[in-house]
Design a binder for this molecule. Structure first.
Ligand SMILES: Nc1nc2c(ncn2[C@@H]2O[C@H](COP(=O)(O)OP(=O)(O)OP(=O)(O)O)[C@@H](O)[C@H]2O)c(=O)[nH]1
Length: 332
């Protein structure tokens, strides 16, 4: 029997990409696509409370959330524990047996993918049960230059990618796309690069591709397999907001207008759901810097207490200003 036939390890795909690039959009696309596979999903978010669980489509996949820290540092032990539980469930060692074909991990936009990938090589039990299939990095064509200029996380995500999805091609010119492709290629010539809109990609290009090559990664980062601390940009913080009283739509609009004018440059990413007075549906609202969007989503479910919950991630955020403005949005 060949090595490939002997390999019972569970394939793992890691989705990375800077804040707002389109990772959740890609995850939803994967979960709703007709591929006949059962996928266990691990979602890691920056911020105290997960918002993505509200934005990931309802599917019967196993979804595990890891909050309160970044997957590449403080919650790596959580990742090891969840993967251990998953392996037990799949191979029938624990109390419950869950069958699934692969694992997809969505990292926070601020995660450095190298330590996440490292987990699959340095932890022996994980290495025996899982096989890192590929690191898929989603790139926001509109904001990539800015993110690559400003922070090393975005650079690491590109450098470590096995597949680069140049997403949001609808928002920039052909000329800018070509310049960006050139920049990405100069940072990582080995990765496959595809242009996408709404992260739509033939799944055969990203799942089960057996693309992660340890030797190549060691060339980029010779210390890849050594445990080491790494730095994050400490100025980047998140603020979580929650309010159960309904909000006044006009006041919310005024708040957001003022926010984008005064603080748009500092807010990398914001997303959540709003409970607006007189509106039966929850309103999803999200954005990246000045690019803001909102739309009515599903109706609040019976038994679900309507609440506004959202997270703002940015640099040098004026938390007092945000809290005051948000408090002013409650309907009288
Ligand atoms: N115009 C345009 N918008 C897109 C495209 N793909 C995704 N978006 C939008 O970009 C926003 C961010 O997408 P997400 O999938 O939530 O991004 P993310 O990388 O998961 O964001 P974080 O988890 O916060 O880092 C959403 O409003 C998407 O609808 C695209 O191809 N074109």
């Amino acid at each position: 029997m060949s090595d490939v036939q002997m390999d019972r390890r569970i394939p793992v795909s890691v989705l990375t990409g800077f804040l707002g690039a389109g990772k959740t959009t890609l995850l939803n696309y994967i979960l709703t696509a007709n591929h006949g596979q059962k996928i266990a999903v691990i979602v890691n978010e920056f911020g105290e409370v997960g918002i993505d669980n509200q934005l990931v489509v309802g599917a019967d996949e196993e979804i595990f959330e890891m909050n309160n820290g970044c997957i590449c540092c403080t919650v790596r032990s959580d990742l090891i524990r969840i993967l251990g539980d998953l392996a037990d469930a799949k191979f029938g060692k624990g109390n419950r047996k869950v069958d699934f074909d692969r694992v997809v991990i969505e990292t926070t936009g601020l995660a450095d993918p190298a330590p996440v990938a490292q987990t699959f090589f340095v932890d022996q039990e994980i290495a025996e049960n899982f096989k890192l299939d590929a690191i898929v990095t989603v790139v926001d064509a509109k904001h990539a230059d800015q993110h690559l200029d400003e922070g090393h996380e975005a650079q690491e995500q590109v450098a470590f990618a096995d597949v680069l999805l140049l997403n949001k091609t609808d928002l920039v010119s052909e000329e800018d796309l070509q310049k960006l492709e050139h920049r990405l290629r100069s940072m990582n010539s080995a990765a496959k690069l595809y242009r996408t809109q709404q992260s739509e990609i033939n799944l055969q290009h990203i799942l089960g591709i057996n693309a992660f090559d340890l030797h190549q990664k060691l060339e980029i980062d010779p210390g890849f397999l050594e445990e080491e601390d790494h730095d994050h940009d400490d100025d980047v913080t998140s603020i979580f907001f929650r309010e159960t009283n309904p909000l006044d739509l006009n006041k919310v609009e005024r708040f957001i207008n003022e926010w984008l004018v005064e603080h748009g440059a500092d807010t990398f990413r914001y997303k959540g759901v709003l409970n607006i007075k007189g509106v039966k549906r929850r309103v999803v609202f999200q954005g990246i810097h000045m690019l803001f969007s909102s739309y009515p989503d599903r109706e609040w479910k019976s038994g679900e207490a309507p609440a506004s919950e959202f997270v703002v991630i940015g640099r040098n955020l004026d938390e007092a200003w945000f809290r005051q403005q948000f408090a002013n949005c409650v309907a009288s």
